[in-house]
Design a protein around this ligand. Structure first.
Ligand code: ZN
Ligand code: ZN
Ligand code: ZN
Length: 156
């Protein structure tokens, strides 16, 4: 689901947005946080914490799991990345400045994850929960299937 594009541009945009969001909120965008964000944005496929740790070690040989998890928590807190529970992995958010609850279309073949982010769905879920006396606070809907590229690709 990621047609050939200048992915470096995706990474640069994500880093720029993150830097200005941190500045706005008075948070420090440390080199490690920046590096971890760039690694999460390595592609449009979600990446696991240990994959990030391995790559981080190239620049920070003493990086340990807590280093990565602290940076990931920070980025999630600012809405810069999302956690995909079903894959136990993380993916960059394309519009972190707006508050939104995620709906992800996840390709089971190439693992690309794309945000659907339909406010009507989020509202329908909230209403449905309300009818059952439940106060929904966080929702993340993960829909698996085939992305356009994989649908069109000849089956082996
Ligand atoms: Zn890209
Ligand atoms: Zn998002
Ligand atoms: Zn695919």
């Amino acid at each position: 689901m990621s047609p050939p594009h200048d992915h470096q541009h995706c990474i640069d945009t994500a880093i720029e947005t993150a830097a200005s969001l941190c500045a706005e909120q008075g948070m420090r965008f440390t080199p490690i946080r920046r590096r971890v964000l760039a690694l999460v944005w390595g592609g449009h496929q979600p990446v696991g914490a240990y994959g990030i740790l391995d790559a981080l070690k190239a620049a920070y040989p003493r990086a340990a799991p807590p280093t990565v998890y602290r940076a990931l928590d920070f980025l999630i807190g600012l809405g810069l990345i999302h956690r995909i529970e079903s894959m136990n992995a993380y993916v960059g958010c394309t519009h972190p400045a707006e508050r939104h609850s995620g709906q992800f279309l996840i390709c089971s073949q190439c693992r690309a994850a794309v945000e659907l982010d339909d406010p009507n769905i989020a509202q329908a879920v909230r209403r449905g929960a309300q009818r059952m006396g439940f106060e929904a606070r966080h929702q993340m809907i993960e829909i698996t299937g085939l992305c356009p590229d994989c649908r069109d690709a000849p089956q082996p």
